[in-house]
Write a new protein. Sequence first.
Length: 278
Amino acid sequence: MSAIGVGQAVILGVVEGVTEFLPVSSTGHLKLAEGLMNIKVDDDAVVGFTAVIQVGAIAAVFVYFFKDIMRFVSAWLRGLTDKRERDNHDYKFTWWVIYSTIPIVIVGLAAKPLIDGPLGSLWVVAVSLIGGSIVMWAAEQMARFKRSEQEVTLKDAMYVGSSQILALLFPGFSRSGATISTALIRDLDRMAATRLSFFLGLPALTGAGLYELKDATGGGVSTTALAVGTVVSFVVAYASIAWLLRFVARHSFNAFVIYRIVVGFILIGLLATNVLDS
């Protein structure tokens, strides 16, 4: 019997698609949704399922930013054979994406037992939601919004890429929240910070989904549920990306800060009253 039904897969696909790229923590919302549906959040098959449906959301990034990605890849390939192309910012940026992924890969592999175990607790999610909100608020106060995407440096990429570790170790912190906040602290404008968050997340999230595929398909989740969750995640995430980019052009991230704090305290209340099992 599948650990996740098709109906549950649809709901989780929607949750993943909506929250993956918003700075509200997709992992936290997925764990909360799983808890409310009495799905075992620490089951290897469930952990694998949530990682794999992320690939649907990541595929939405590839489709939405296809022209940008092709520009980066083309510049990188040209630079490999032509030294004259190596001063091209797109060529250097592609290498920076690769470099900035290394820290999270190392930590992810080394800390996997903790991530899948005690750090997966809903108590950790609740505290991380609130703690991450404080970081996001502080980043808004510190930001000067004076640098564009073309002014991104290797140091920016390494700081922002490494900040993904916070979301990896503390589900609820939010990968998007951590990366965007770090980029804002580095004085990038909101649009540049948000786009950088998308691009730096591509390798890590794609790799995580492929790595967990064996647990999702071999540990008790039906192929149908997995496929449905992934497709739903893709469709919803595409719409979410388009909305977020329009939103950041005119608004601060303070609305997300307030939302995260409210959800964090609601979750604490549900856990404290044993409505949810941590």
